[in-house]
Design a protein around this ligand. Structure first.
Ligand code: NCD
Length: 317
């Protein structure tokens, strides 16, 4: 495999090896000069057709810490504004000589399409409502860092599951690593085919919170809603928000997670997002190390993502 498109392409062992490798890159990030020459001479381009703060900067930082050259493509200042197609844009960029495309697009399936048009490795940084595999990997890494393992954990994913690529990737990743997942949402914010996912479904957050090892809040993705799926945000917060009162139902050692960006006061109480149990900032920090591991496996080792590698020894020296 030369691309990272979906968590469903990875076996449990692949994910575990990638998380093990992430430990090594996390160590590099703590060095006084957090940079290794592993990807010197490689060029990584970010092709983001949707807004992003964390994911784009995180991939860019990861590539730079590995000494790759980076190119940033911004739709608003490019020839996409003049009507250039995705295919022509991708082939134009590839003609300049690149090794990896990190792509985010509002349409599901675009990363797969790109693999047919370019020879470079393609990494899915979010395709529509479909998948966001590196987010799931950094979430698994964060949980593992806190708890050692996901085996036997119960994780609640709460909120706008219907529009969430994060939820779809997390459900596969968490369950592959041995956790059970309950999605908690109003019926209008669940995917119509929720039965096809390995999850339990609940509409009662207060009965679920005392039973979980981690609660994962999702943002209300209003930019993806084409109809009124909720009476109001205030109503949502009243019924499903992680309010201060509801947070008291959580065990003291339960983790509070969120992919960002947070709508403080909607899906989560502003103070709960910053309290001791919250690992939201760790998720962002770990995102860089996880993405270093992904880029290294795809570009640096000359081996496949499925294959463990010794090349890191040399790379991290
Ligand atoms: C998410 C995304 O864009 O899918 N954010 C992220 O990548 N950390 C989630 C969201 O936008 O709510």
């Amino acid at each position: 495999m030369t691309d990272l498109l979906s968590i469903t392409d990875l076996e449990r062992g692949d994910i575990e090896r990638l998380l093990d490798l992430t430990d090594r890159f996390a160590e590099i990030s703590t060095r006084q000069i957090p940079k290794v020459p592993a990807l010197r001479g490689k060029t990584v381009v970010s092709l983001f057709y949707e807004d992003s703060t964390r994911t784009r900067l995180s991939f860019e930082t990861a590539a730079k810490r590995l000494s790759a050259d980076t190119m940033n493509f911004s739709v608003s200042t490019s020839s996409v504004k003049k009507g250039e197609s995705l295919r022509d844009t991708a082939q134009t960029i590839e003609a300049m000589g690149i090794d990896c495309v990190i792509v985010r697009h509002k349409s599901s399936g675009v990363p797969w399409q790109l693999t047919r048009w370019v020879d470079a490795s393609v990494v899915n940084a979010g395709d529509g409502w479909h998948e966001h595999p590196t987010q799931a990997l950094l979430d698994c890494y964060t949980i593992r860092q806190q708890r050692g393992s996901l085996d036997g954990m119960h994780i609640a994913i709460v909120g706008d599951v219907k529009h969430s690529r994060v939820a779809r990737s997390d459900i596969w990743a968490f369950t592959k690593l041995g956790a059970t997942v309950t999605v908690v949402a109003p019926p209008t914010l669940l995917p119509p085919a929720v039965g096809a996912y390995p999850v339990q479904v609940s509409h009662d957050i207060e009965s679920v919170l005392p039973t979980v090892d981690a609660v994962y809040l999702l943002r209300m993705q209003r930019e993806r809603m084409t109809e009124a799926l909720l009476p109001s945000l205030r109503e949502y917060t009243a019924t499903y928000g992680l309010t201060r009162r509801r947070a008291e139902l959580l065990r003291d050692d339960a983790l509070v997670m969120h992919p960002g960006p947070i709508n403080r006061g909607v899906e989560i109480d502003p103070d709960i997002a910053d309290e001791q149990r919250s690992v939201i900032v760790d998720q962002v920090r770990n995102g860089v190390s996880v993405r270093m591991a992904v880029l290294f496996l795809l570009l640096g080792s000359g081996t496949e993502l499925h294959t463990p590698t010794d090349a890191l020894q040399e790379a991290s020296a």
